[in-house]
Write a protein that binds this ligand. Sequence first.
Ligand SMILES: *[C@@H]1O[C@H](CO)[C@@H](O)[C@H](O)[C@H]1NC(C)=O
Ligand SMILES: *[C@@H]1O[C@H](CO)[C@@H](O)[C@H](O)[C@H]1NC(C)=O
Ligand SMILES: *[C@@H]1O[C@H](CO)[C@@H](O)[C@H](O)[C@H]1NC(C)=O
Ligand SMILES: *[C@@H]1O[C@H](CO)[C@@H](O)[C@H](O)[C@H]1NC(C)=O
Ligand SMILES: *[C@@H]1O[C@H](CO)[C@@H](O)[C@H](O)[C@H]1NC(C)=O
Length: 427
Amino acid sequence: MRLIHVVLGLASLTGTIASLVTNSEAVLHDPASKRAEWPYTPHVTSGRWIRDSTGKNVTYAGTNWPGHTDVMIPEGLQYQSIAFIVNKIKSLGMNTVRLTFAIQMVDEIYSNGGKDITLQRAFVQALGQTNGTRVLNQVLAKNPNLTASTTRLEVFDLVAAELAKQQIYIVLDNHISKGMWCCSGTDGNTWWGDTYFHAGNWTRGLAYMANHAKSWPAVTALSLRNEPREPSNNANLARTSYNWQSWYTYMKQGATAVATANPDLLIVLSGLNYDTTITPVVQNTALTPGNGRYNPSDFPANKIVLELHNYETSANNCNNLQGNLLRNGFNALSGTTPNVFPVMLTEFGFQMDANTWRNTYSTCLASFVTTQKAGWMIWVLAGSYYIRSGTQDYDENWGLMNHNWSDWRSPSYVNGLLLNMVKGTLS
Ligand SMILES: *[C@@H]1O[C@H](CO)[C@@H](O)[C@H](O)[C@H]1NC(C)=O
Ligand SMILES: *[C@@H]1O[C@H](CO)[C@@H](O)[C@H](O)[C@H]1NC(C)=O
Ligand SMILES: *[C@@H]1O[C@H](CO)[C@@H](O)[C@H](O)[C@H]1NC(C)=O
Ligand SMILES: *[C@@H]1O[C@H](CO)[C@@H](O)[C@H](O)[C@H]1NC(C)=O
Ligand SMILES: *[C@@H]1O[C@H](CO)[C@@H](O)[C@H](O)[C@H]1NC(C)=O
């Protein structure tokens, strides 16, 4: 999610947790072997389709559940239980959650002798002593399975286990390096080499999470990096590195790290300019400023999926909007481009109220993804954030959920369009 779009109007419980997780029936199977039951992993690509292990085409339709901001756990748990939130997602018929995480979480595990930090520490670190303690207590009251000494990663484990229980796939997404609201050109997380975005920490973090997610039956895919973008406050880095050639070098490193740690995962590649274009990969043109081109043998076979974001929220011509999407990479779905991939719209979103959803942007995207049978995840599930850009209990007026995560923020959108968008995609 790019902040500027809003501005422009455009665009030790360890034992308990371990037993909860190991007792859930889905993990009794060896995650490396083919599953004879949902989620029929590993998923693979076949041309423009994602297929499960039975050979059935699968399209992912769902929502983004952020877990990458300052506290670095999935949002909303001070208001509702994990099970309640997953129930709400399931009630829409959605089959996928794009679950975001920050590399900083993994960095801190390494700095802390291999052990993740506790919720107690995470909340106080992010919200201060008084509010951190208060909000933690709210989380514990709503989620009796958690304690102050549960770690952040154990919260992810419980979320992943509940998603598996309710048969919802997880696309794990590295959203940012430093845990905070994303994304701007000056946030230090723009590009490899930016203030907080260390390439070595990144590949280490990807490998760690890919390996860790072997214990999550529902995870099918890992997105290497959300919205690569130009570092607009670092002219030297922008000039020397912000280009397709460097992008390709880093994406190969990320894909290798993930595939080595967990060869079952699909690997999702996000394009330049806030993931709004991935054209050279689809059209097999030069990865400039070099002459190299996308080479399938640089990546694990039948595992690469592309993702694009769109925040042209003031669009007033559906043909133009769809033309942009196709040109920027979705034409890979036609099967007629030089390189063919599944392509997913992993972010789009708009203000949740009685009428915004009726506009060209929202209705046009709904018709696009259902016609194309393209995967999609709406930004964003969160009705509020523990903290966003320094404001605690930040109200998210783009959130599917209302502020206290008790119900939909815009029931008219859910009933008037979203339910049909899910159905139309998955039918
Ligand atoms: C998957 O989609 C492709 C392309 O439409 C189609 O040829 C194939 O039959 C589908 N496979 C299944 C199992 O539905
Ligand atoms: C947590 O505990 C409650 C029982 O208090 C249970 O009903 C719920 O499903 C558990 N799990 C989650 C993920 O909320
Ligand atoms: C702590 O929480 C209160 C109540 O939500 C809020 O008014 C206050 O601004 C918060 N403190 C900080 C430092 O954000
Ligand atoms: C990389 O991780 C280490 C901990 O292993 C941390 O000290 C360092 O600050 C991280 N680098 C960046 C750029 O965040
Ligand atoms: C949650 O928010 C809704 C809608 O704003 C409100 O009607 C309800 O009373 C709130 N519930 C609680 C427990 O605060």
